[in-house]
Design a protein around this ligand. Structure first.
Ligand code: NI
Length: 188
């Protein structure tokens, strides 16, 4: 087990499309274990391989029930669901159907301290393979639905600020760039 380094925006790998996984071997299993460990160590509920610099279509998700870090005007988001506290690994995930609309505050380990509202489909149906290459399907609602859409976007090289209004995304970009230049100026 090893923790992986999380890359932050504007790293190019975050805006590059990831390739499908074709070989399900021990190396893949080890990498998935490391992704889960990294996600937990950083208190994340979802992680895409792009975020650790690997362009493979893999995402790990685990949403603790106790921590309602997301704020929404939808009470359904706060109720305990079957997918809470479950360890999910999605390899080569594909959204086959979307329904409804939901808006919730999202964060991202690649955008430290940035939290804002994003519009998503309320429900998604996703087919994927597990770490052994076995196909499965989930019907995701609430936070799992939001998280899956956020992570599958990562695999397509789409970061969550591009799902916000142009004005909002620009404000966030500027904020991060300013922060980055401050750090650079402070270095010898
Ligand atoms: Ni993210």
């Amino acid at each position: 087990m090893a923790q992986l380094n999380i890359v932050t925006w504007p790293a190019k790998v975050l805006e590059t499309k990831a390739e499908p996984v074709e070989t399900f071997d021990n190396q893949l299993k080890q990498f998935i274990e490391d992704m889960h460990e990294t996600m937990q160590a950083n208190s994340g509920i979802g992680l895409a391989a792009n975020q650790v610099g690997v362009l493979k279509r893999i995402t790990t998700i685990e949403i603790p029930y106790a921590e309602n870090r997301y704020e929404s005007d939808d009470d359904e988001l706060d109720a305990k669901q079957w997918w809470h506290n479950k360890r999910f690994t999605f390899v080569n995930p594909i959204i086959t159907k979307k329904e409804g609309k939901i808006s919730a505050q999202e964060g991202c380990l690649s955008f430290p301290e940035i939290f804002d509202f994003v519009d998503r489909a309320a429900e998604v149906w996703v087919t994927a393979k597990d770490e052994n290459g076995k196909e499965f399907e989930v019907h995701a609602t609430g936070l799992l639905s939001i998280c899956l859409q956020h992570e599958i976007d990562h695999l397509d090289g789409v970061v969550f600020i591009t799902r916000m209004s142009r004005m909002k995304a620009m404000r966030i970009r500027k904020k991060i760039m300013r922060r980055g230049s401050l750090v650079t100026e402070g270095e010898p």
